[in-house]
Design a protein around this ligand. Structure first.
Ligand code: ZN
Length: 259
């Protein structure tokens, strides 16, 4: 039984993944997941994320367009994102970023869409939620060039050698259930060594269900396995780590403190 509460900083609670979101939210509540940030995955899911945030006090929206679909990003997408981002419950732009592992859109298209979204975030002074796979150098370069120093590397898959560069960008790092996988040695090392004041946690649900629930659809209630894994790597108390990650998430996304 646990009494501390946590924030899931990245949960795709969208109808394309869940038949009954209310049920998922009820279970999150029972598990003391007190706040969830719901990133859209493309321009078509932004309004759904905002609607959910409007309906539930403890949900916030992030709006953005994933690099996998960067081939569909155009001027019109940019204009719509800009307008939607002004909604008071939109706390970030994302997820956006670069994925040079799958390359489902061309690298040039991904770079253009990412640049455009960083500029929106910069204009509106909001953090950017970055998806980065096999493209760390290009991501670091673009963030440095545009000098937008608020955001998070979500679902971090890098290594401890990247920490100095990430600190220089003033970015946060968020860990998902991947950290509970036996072969995630470099990710575990990063969580062990990094500055605690930059750490967030997330599920990235419906994907990446942590051990020991592999095979099930991920949901916010499972975030405790990720938190407990990091606490054990750092030989610290889970409740203390929960409190620290809650405070970090509230700071980064400018969330109300007295919930
Ligand atoms: Zn995601």
């Amino acid at each position: 039984m646990t009494y501390a509460s946590v924030i899931d900083s990245h949960a795709h609670l969208l109808s394309q993944y869940y038949e009954n979101i209310d049920n998922v939210l009820a279970k999150a509540n029972e598990a003391n997941v007190k706040i969830m940030i719901v990133p859209a995955v493309n321009i078509d899911t932004c309004q759904e994320s905002i609607n959910l945030a409007q309906k539930h006090e403890n949900i916030y929206a992030a709006i953005g367009h994933h690099p996998h679909e960067a081939n569909l990003y155009n001027k019109d997408t940019e204009t719509r994102l800009y307008e939607l981002a002004k909604h008071p419950k939109v706390v970030a732009i994302g997820e956006t970023g670069l994925d040079f592992h799958y390359n489902l859109s061309s690298q040039a298209q991904q770079l253009d869409a990412f640049r455009s979204q960083i500029n929106i975030a910069k204009d509106l002074n909001k953090p950017v939620i970055v998806h980065c796979r096999d493209a760390f150098k290009q991501t670091f370069d673009l963030l440095a060039e545009l000098n937008h120093k608020i955001g998070v590397f979500h679902c971090f898959t890098g290594n401890p050698q990247m920490l100095e560069e990430i600190y220089a960008l003033n970015f946060h790092i968020s860990f998902s259930g991947i950290i509970t996988f036996p072969k995630s040695f470099e990710i575990q090392e990063t969580a062990k060594l990094m500055h605690l004041d930059k750490m967030l946690i997330e599920t990235d649900c419906p994907y990446l269900t942590p051990v020991p629930h592999r095979g099930k659809t991920n949901e916010p209630k499972y975030i405790w396995h990720t938190l407990n894994k990091i606490a054990s790597l750092r030989s610290m108390n889970s409740d203390d780590l929960a409190q620290i990650t809650v405070a970090n998430t509230q700071t980064l996304f400018n969330l109300p403190i007295n919930k």
